[in-house]
Structures are given as C-alpha cells and as structure tokens.
Design a protein around this ligand. Structure first.
Ligand code: SF4
Length: 227
C-alpha cells in the first residue's frame, strides 16, 4: 500500500483524544475539502507491504494500544487496508479508521472503530457521504462533523437528528474547522467558527453531540506535521 507516514503521537480528535496513538497515514484522497490540512497526502508516499507497516507499528508501540488508519482517504486502498486492519486487530491493537464515508464501508472489519467525517456544505465536499454507509455504523463507531459556519452547524444538527445518530453510535462530534494556513499562536483564533458560538448553538438546540476541539492544534504549533 502507498504510505505517507507512520508516527506516534497523541490522538487529537474523537472520544480517544489525548491518548497515545500510532498513526498510519495513507496516500491519496478523492475529495478536496477547502480547509484540508493534509494536502501533502494527495500524492507521493512510499510503497510498503502489510508486514512492513505492521513491523513499524510494533516498533513504535510494542505493547499494543491505539492505531489509527488515516489519510488522505484510506478506503481508496481498501484491498490492502482491510487485511492490514485485520492483522493489527489480531495483534492486539485497538484499530481506529478515519474516513469521509464517501467510499463503501461494508468491508471494514466489525472490530474496527470507524470515525466517519461527514462533510458539511462549506467544506466544498458536501453531499459526498455515501448514505448506504449509515447501515454499516456500529455502536462503537463515531461520527464527526467539521464545522466552518452556521450553515455547516445547521446541516450537522439536522443530519444528526434526522438519522438518529446519537442512538446509533458511541459519539457524535461537532468540531470547529481550523484554518489550513494556521500558524503561530496555539489558540482558538484559528478556528473558522468560534468554539463559544458553536457551544452556545449546541446548548440552545439541545443537540445530542459533543463539542470536539482538535487538541493537537493547541498542544503543538498549528502548522506542525507528523503530530
Ligand atoms: S477528506 Fe480529509 S484528506 Fe481528503 S481533502 Fe478532505 S480533509 Fe483532506
């Protein structure tokens, strides 16, 4: 499979935020979100076998723990990435898969925790989520909305309600989008939606979701890669 990088850091998002995690970042994405901070994944990378990836994960985290398969869009390499997820689970890791849900998710092993990033309108990639993937969601999965505007918030609120997401998955997360050129100060001034506004909208509407901040952007300088 085509790999951009494998590294150990803290999980920055999801209900696993703050926990040590090995990230396996695959190359290639078929979307072009306007605020994407991972454009360096669109091309290039190194060809690695399943065994080579597993050995590197094991070197970085020999005692098990969390591994996140991310990208880019990892499900573009479904034929290679599904056996990799199976192998990592069999080796004792808790495997997370970060995906936009644009590709079919039915082949994802049941034990893998899917973190599905449903694109909102102001990402420029709204309406790309494959609605048939709602049937693949399991109780341990998570659905995330990256929110850049009030319009995105209303989309996320209505999608969450109309599909009963809170009862389907472990966690629904509303996360303010970060400016892709953010640099310098590690604070909320880089968010495209003020977290205070988002919090107040969520409280006002009683949405069954959690507000998520990308904590790696507050821990490390926001333009830092590989964290
Ligand atoms: S799906 Fe992810 S990697 Fe692809 S363009 Fe959007 S944010 Fe970037």
């Amino acid at each position: 499979m085509q790999i951009i990088e494998i590294y150990k850091s803290l999980q920055g998002e999801s209900s696993y935020a703050g926990m040590p995690c090995v990230f396996v970042r695959l190359a290639g994405c078929n979307l072009r979100c306007v605020w994407c901070d991972s454009e360096y994944t669109f091309t290039g990378g190194t060809r690695m076998t399943l065994d080579e990836v597993q050995q590197e994960v094991c070197r970085l985290s020999p005692d098990g723990g969390l591994v996140e398969i991310t990208g880019g869009e990892p499900m573009l390499q479904e034929r290679e990435v599904v056996p990799l997820m199976e192998a990592l689970h069999a080796a004792g890791y808790t495997v997370l898969l970060e995906t936009s849900g644009e590709r079919p998710l039915e082949a994802v092993p049941a034990e893998v925790v899917k973190i599905v990033d449903v694109k909102c309108p102001d990402s420029g990639e709204g309406d790309t989520f494959g609605m048939e993937n709602l049937r693949c969601l399991r109780a341990h999965d998570e659905v995330k909305f990256v929110i850049a505007s009030r319009r995105d918030y209303l989309f996320a609120r209505d999608f969450t309600r109309s599909h009963g997401l809170a009862a389907k998955v472990a966690c629904v997360i509303f996360s303010p989008a970060f400016r892709k050129d953010a640099a310098g100060k590690r604070d909320a001034s880089h968010c495209l939606v003020d977290p205070q506004d988002l919090a107040e909208w969520m409280l006002e509407d009683g949405v069954h979701a959690r507000l998520g901040l990308q904590i790696h952007k507050f821990i490390w300088e926001p333009s830092t890669k590989g964290v």
